[in-house]
Design a protein around this ligand. Structure first.
Ligand code: AMP
Ligand code: TRP
Length: 345
């Protein structure tokens, strides 16, 4: 890791099947950023337990997300892959942020409203405070660049608000300690490209998600070729042929979603995709879509399975990553404590 390359942090929850939304919205970006950044990619197990997880499945899922990161092309030696709970600073800084962040800010979070649904009184306190932990994840390393899907935009804005409030609440102490003018940098979300919000294959207005009860709504990173073909064949569309220009996708969420997926997988723009397929029927387009998806996901799924056959190798990668993450986090955590008046060693 070099000192002057911008630092990237991002996380994925180990809560079940990784899908095409995770892959296109986040993991492909993680891979690309490695070239010019120092990256920390975290399996956020403490976020996962904001909703009850079966302990055996959680263990399995932590290893599987790790394996998928590596299979997709993240280099755990040049960069850092680790699981969140191994570095105690995440939980410690999250507590401090619980005391900086405001109830009113968290009350506005749409993801909490969606996840808690009608049973808000019964949601865990952790689910409500979740965005404070996410801010801690990023700021524990003073990371400046955060690749995420579109659904995390609001959480990133909250992270910026927390950083800003901390910097201004403790401005005097930060200066007195000689910790510079901005103690925490304001992290920038990296959300770009044709597939920042991949939608369900059965409903173009709902996000593709791990928790949807129907497996037909999503392409899982571990699906085999036949399953991928079947899911795209059955994906909802409308009776019109594909338009030749992007404007023609308006009001056609299912068509727009499939075009976005194809564009992202084939490394093209939506406009280029429509130049190629505009005027044609969905059946031919779906075949092309299946081909490019199988070509991309097939090898990643196979490599993930291969890595999962050797759990001790995966565990050693996570443990090594945690040691290196700790080394970055510890001095920042110590300065944070000193800033707010907590005595340290
Ligand atoms: P999660 O599975 O909630 O931990 O999400 C991990 C990453 O995948 C985050 O950066 C999300 O924003 C991204 N992500 C999840 N679902 C989608 C989706 N349907 N489309 C695009 N990105 C997504
Ligand atoms: N909240 C993110 C999600 O559900 C995962 C996450 C946790 C994250 N901590 C993070 C993403 C820090 C980016 C940076 O998708």
């Amino acid at each position: 890791m070099s000192a002057n390359r911008p630092r990237v942090f991002s996380g994925v929850q180990p809560t079940g099947n990784l899908h095409l939304g995770n892959y296109l919205g986040a993991i492909t970006k993680f891979v690309a950023l490695q070239e010019n950044h120092d990256c920390l990619y975290c399996v956020v197990d403490l976020h996962a337990i904001t909703v009850w997880q079966d302990p055996k499945e959680l263990e399995h899922n932590i290893r599987e997300v790790t394996a998928a990161f590596i299979a997709a092309g993240i280099d755990p030696e040049a960069h850092i892959i680790f699981n969140q709970s191994r570095v105690s600073g995440h939980a410690e800084l999250a507590w401090i942020f619980n005391c900086v962040s405001r109830m009113g800010w968290l009350n506005r979070m749409t993801q909490f409203k969606e996840k808690a649904g009608k049973h808000r009184e019964n949601a865990s306190v952790g689910l409500f405070a979740y965005p404070n932990l996410m801010a801690a994840d990023i700021l524990l390393y003073r990371a400046t660049h955060v690749p995420v899907g579109d659904d995390q935009k609001q959480h990133l804005e909250l992270s910026r608000d927390i950083a800003q409030k901390f910097n201004s609440d403790f401005a005097e102490s930060i200066a007195a300690h000689g910790f510079g003018e901005t103690f925490f940098p304001l992290p920038e979300p990296l959300i770009a490209g044709p597939a920042t919000r991949v939608m369900s294959l059965r409903d173009g207005t709902a996000k593709m998600s791990k928790s949807d009860p129907s497996d037909m709504t999503r392409i899982n990173m571990m699906d085999d070729a036949d399953t991928i073909a079947q899911k795209f064949r059955k994906a909802r569309t409308d009776p019109e042929p594909l338009p030749s220009e992007e404007i023609g996708l308006e009001g056609r969420p299912e068509a727009e979603n499939l075009v976005g997926i194809y564009a992202a997988l084939a490394a093209k723009s939506k406009a280029e995709t429509l130049t190629e397929f505009g005027g044609g029927q969905f059946s031919a387009f779906k075949q092309a879509l299946t081909e490019v998806a199988v070509e991309t996901l097939g090898p990643i799924g196979a490599e993930t399975k291969r890595l999962m056959d050797d759990p001790s190798h995966i565990d050693s990668i996570l443990s090594d990553g945690a040691v290196r993450a700790h080394a970055i986090a510890d001095p920042i955590m110590r300065e944070t404590k000193q800033t707010i008046g907590l005595l340290t060693d």
